[in-house]
Every structure is written in structure tokens, then in C-alpha cells.
Design a protein. Structure first.
Length: 82
């Protein structure tokens, strides 16, 4: 049996509010997990160092494995001499 359009229209704001609440709770949990992860990484880095295998095991990138910054060429670019 199909619901009448009026009943659906009445339920729509309630469903939207429930979805907003669910999204807000998800965001809050995500923020807590992100903060916890940052704290664990910091603690492992302090205990074992930024280039340790333990730091890598908990999700960090070892200092020795980071890409080295490249040197940039001259500002004006290179123009061939005639």
C-alpha cells in the first residue's frame, strides 16, 4: 500500500532532521578519532623518533622516506641564447 503524498510530505522534515543529527554525530566521532590518532603518532614519535619503524607501524611516514624538496631553477625560466 502506498502512502499518500501528504503523509510523505509530513515525514520529510523529520527524516531530514534525523539525517542531520546522524551526520553531526558522525563528524564528532571522526574528530575524536582524528585527535586520538594525532596524539598516538606524537607519542610514538616522541618515544621512538620520527625515523623509527614503530612510527611507521602506527601510520606515520618515516623522515628518511619523505621526498626531499627539489631546488627550483632560475625565476625567469630558461631562454635559449642565439
Amino acid at each position: 500500500m502506498r502512502e499518500r503524498p501528504q503523509v510523505i510530505a509530513e515525514k520529510k522534515p523529520i527524516a531530514a532532521a534525523q539525517m542531520d543529527d546522524s551526520s553531526n554525530r558522525f563528524d564528532a566521532q571522526n574528530d575524536l578519532l582524528s585527535d586520538w590518532n594525532r596524539r598516538v603518532l606524537s607519542a610514538v614519535e616522541a618515544q621512538f623518533g620520527p625515523d623509527s619503524s614503530e612510527y611507521e607501524m602506527v601510520g606515520g611516514t618515516r623522515k628518511s622516506e619523505r621526498k626531499k624538496p627539489s631546488k627550483k631553477g632560475p625565476v625567469g625560466g630558461s631562454t635559449p641564447k642565439a
